[in-house]
Structures are given as C-alpha cells and as structure tokens.
Design a protein around this ligand. Structure first.
Ligand code: MG
Length: 251
C-alpha cells in the first residue's frame, strides 16, 4: 500500500514538472557579447549553438534590388539598406571581418546547427515590399527544408498576417506589444514576443496566451533580477544579450 502511495506521488510530481515547461533562452542577434563575435554575424549564430541555447535571433532586411540580407539597423555602414543595391553592400565587412551575411548563407549555416532560428522580418514603409519579402523568405525556408527550425517574429502586423497565410503551421509571434493575445489568436498568430515593459504592465497576458495555446517570449531582458521575474512568471522564452546569465539562473 505504502509503495503504491509513493509511486502515485512520484507520478504526480513528474506530471507537474512536465506541465510547467522550463523557460528557454534565445540569444538576441546571436551570441555576440563574446570574443570574435558581432551582432547578426555567422559567428554569433555559431556561438549561440555552442552555448546550447534554444534559439538564435536575427534580423532580415531587403536591399533595393530585392536581396535578403541579415542586419539589424536600416543602415549598414552609412548606406540605407532599402535604398542600396546589394552589389554595393557586399563589399563591406562586419566589424569582425565577416562578409555581410545574406539570408541564404545564414540559413545554410543554421541548417548545420542544432538551434532554432528566430527570424525577424523587419518592417518596411511599403506594404507591398513587406508582402514580397515575407513571401520570398518563406519560399527560401521551405526550399531549404527548414520549416521546423525557423520561427518567425515581426513588429509589422501586416507581415505577421502574411506569414499566417504563407506558413500557418509555423511559430509566428508579434513583437509590437499593443495587442492582447486573444486578438492575435483570432488572426492565426500563435505567439507574443513583447518588450519586458509590456509584460510587466500586463502580466495577465502570459496566462491568457498559454490558455489559448500560444507561446510567450520577452525581450530584451538583460538584468538578472528581471530574468528571474520572467522565469517566475512562466514565460516560454527569454530573449537576451546575456544568455549565460539566464542559463546560470535556470541551472
Ligand atoms: Mg530583432
């Protein structure tokens, strides 16, 4: 009888642990605060894989002639990316000596690595360009067989809606922070990826999202006390420039 009670208790504890999935780490713009690495570089992606983080985030922009490249800012070393042909940008190096990565090159490297690729499509002032970029990105991801490894994020609601049409089975999270989870769910968007201030103001959105079967990601959490608060709130992912600090807390 006693043995049976103990077995039941163990099963119950396992069940509770299983239900409360642990928070996972996403390296913001890759793991770049480490030697030889810079934001959005192939090195930053490789370092994130070596760190055994859940994901490595990166930003996708389009050049004047429609080439998809990986860079955070709308300008790259003085050139406005959207107004510059790729032929001019490809000659310039990142600060660690690497070439400016094209999306194709980045995904090709990512495919060799055991890490989720958190692909942010940057907003564009022209909605038609956004639609074309979303379509081109999804086509490339599918052609390379990366549907399960790539997860999408965007500030532009238009881009998120395009992604829902193009790849409804993918993880798609909205970044802009102005909509409650239920409103996004209605549009087929299955995740929120909100600034930490938004989630501190709306802690109820974590549970609301989870009840709707949505994932919760928070950015960019760089203070240890905030990391702990979000772990305690039960978010699914923390996006951070200091992934090792989150890792220490989780251990
Ligand atoms: Mg980003």
């Amino acid at each position: 009888m006693m043995k049976r009670i103990i077995l039941c208790a163990v099963a119950l504890v396992c069940c509770i642990i299983g239900l409360q999935a642990q928070t996972q780490i996403i390296a913001h713009r890759g793991f770049w605060k480490t030697e030889g690495s810079v934001q959005n570089s192939i090195t930053a992606l490789e370092k994130a894989t070596q760190g055994k983080f859940y994901g490595s985030e990166f930003d996708v922009q389009v050049t004047l002639d429609g080439k998809l490249i990986v860079n955070h800012d709308s300008k790259f070393q003085g050139f406005v990316i959207a107004e510059t042909p790729f032929s001019k940008l490809k000659k310039i190096r990142l600060n660690n000596g690497e070439k400016l990565p094209t999306l194709k090159k980045y995904l090709k490297e990512g495919k060799k690595q055991d890490i989720q690729l958190i692909l942010e499509i940057k907003s564009h002032k022209d909605k038609k360009v956004e639609d074309k970029v979303a379509s081109d990105v999804v086509k490339m991801v599918k052609k390379m067989g990366l549907e399960n490894q790539v997860e999408y994020i965007a500030f532009s609601l238009n881009i998120c809606e395009q992604l829902v049409k193009l790849t409804p089975e993918s993880k798609i999270a909205y970044l802009n922070g102005d909509l409650a989870p239920a409103e996004l769910k209605k549009k087929g968007i299955n995740g929120i990826d909100y600034n930490q201030k938004v989630l501190f103001n709306h802690p109820e959105w974590v549970e609301e999202a989870h009840k709707l079967g949505m994932k919760v990601n928070v950015w960019t959490v760089n203070k240890v006390e905030d990391m702990q608060k979000f772990i305690d709130m039960g978010v699914d992912y923390i996006t951070t420039d200091h992934p090792l600090e989150v890792q220490k807390l989780l251990e």
